[in-house]
Design a protein around this ligand. Structure first.
Ligand code: DX5
Ligand code: ZN
Length: 370
């Protein structure tokens, strides 16, 4: 877990330097904790380096992010023309590591997570079309070609696959598949058999996922009286803890307990609950989760009325707290994702659409680019 610009950020690890690495380090020894980018770095070094580099990014608009996996530096990603919300990117993967399958994909997806924490909303990649491997890599990570033949990644869209639909006998395999994918979040559905007519799993499964996952952990509590457990779910590794408006006696207490435990707080509303009921808490809420099916089971059909609720919620959020994001959950697939993102949703949860697909990784990209 690292912090970039004051935001918690789950990155495997990222270090950065300017394009001319040695020159920059000679100029400013404070920015030079490493002498050889091929050397493995410790987490402490990485965190120090990120802290130092924030100033560098703001000052010159250029950044090289070094990506390390499994204790080895495997490549670098350059940001050019960073203007606060968009940037051009270049990727360099150290040749000897290219042979390790999946590394380039994971490196680029790690970079996207870092770019998001710098508030970059749109990435542009210039790709040599003759290099099929490079083109395929960027497409796998959610980039699509625009009319100017540039590859664009819209960072405002996030897919959160729900592990409720994963294969629990192979949870580590499925979590690692998500690590390699263009999904930046993992959605964790906790059900108590009382608030909803189904029981899913609790802390041991959440901990097993957080141990392996490099993504943002988005825990959705479908439980009665959530105040009893929100702190524990936050401390078990959730980046976001979302509880149900309908299940909580004291909404303020739940939000405060989640924040005090170091996580972001989300409030969810069932299909029959109107978003206006949340107005008085929006100023201190990080996310609103609009249920587009009755909570309890994966694989149900999307309720179109939820889009009307999203639009009304969006208007309220813009007025009260533009930092609050909107997530939607239930019945999302590549066939309705465009409409859903268009209505103002930031994060879509997708369970069966992803895990029942022949290629979950391709399906995630299809949803992102719908
Ligand atoms: C439903 C859960 C959802 C569910 C979504 O109660 O909250 O997260 O897993 O599954 P799909 O995408 O299959 O509707
Ligand atoms: Zn959910």
């Amino acid at each position: 877990m690292v912090e970039l610009q004051g935001k918690r950020c789950r990155l495997r690890s990222v270090v950065s330097s300017d394009v001319d690495t040695t020159l920059l380090w000679e100029n400013d020894p404070a920015l030079a904790p490493f002498s050889d980018p091929h050397e493995p770095y410790t987490r402490e070094q990485i965190e120090v380096f990120i802290a130092n580099q924030q100033a560098g990014l703001a000052a010159n608009g250029q950044l090289r992010l070094m990506i390390e996996l499994d204790g080895r530096a495997i490549g670098a990603l350059d940001i050019f023309d960073y203007d606060g919300s968009s940037a051009e990117v270049g990727i360099l993967i150290y040749e000897q590591q290219m042979r390790r399958k999946g590394y380039a994909t994971e490196a680029l997806n790690t970079f996207k997570a870092a770019a998001r924490s710098f508030n970059i909303e749109r990435l542009t990649a210039v790709i040599n079309e003759d290099n099929e491997a490079s083109r395929a890599l960027f497409c796998r990570c959610g980039f699509t070609k625009d009319s100017n033949n540039k590859y664009i990644c819209n960072m405002k869209r996030v897919v959160a696959p729900s592990i409720l639909s994963a294969d629990f006998g192979n949870l580590e395999r499925d979590t690692q598949m998500l690590n390699r994918s263009a999904a930046e979040w993992v959605h964790v559905d906790v059900m108590d058999g009382v608030f909803v007519p189904n029981i899913s799993f609790g802390f041991p499964v959440l901990k097993a996922v957080t141990k392996v996952s490099t993504k943002v952990i988005d825990t959705h509590l479908m439980i009665c009286d959530p105040i009893r457990y929100v702190e524990q779910f936050a401390k078990a590794g959730s980046d976001y803890v979302t509880f149900h408006y309908e299940a909580a006696a004291d909404i303020d207490a739940c939000i405060d307990a989640i924040h005090n435990a170091g996580a972001k707080a989300g409030i969810s509303i069932k299909p029959a609950t109107e978003p206006e009921v949340l107005e008085q808490w929006l100023h201190k809420t990080d996310m609103v989760l609009v249920m587009s099916v009755e909570p309890g089971f994966g694989g149900q059909s999307f309720m179109p009325y939820s889009l009307d609720k999203v639009r009304r919620l969006k208007t309220m959020i813009e007025r009260i707290n533009p930092n609050c994001i909107i997530e939607i959950d239930g019945g999302i697939s590549a066939s309705n994702a465009a409409e859903v993102f268009g209505a103002g949703v930031d994060v879509v949860v997708a369970g069966s659409a992803v895990f029942c697909a022949e290629s979950p990784e391709d399906e995630i990209v299809k949803i992102l680019n719908a």
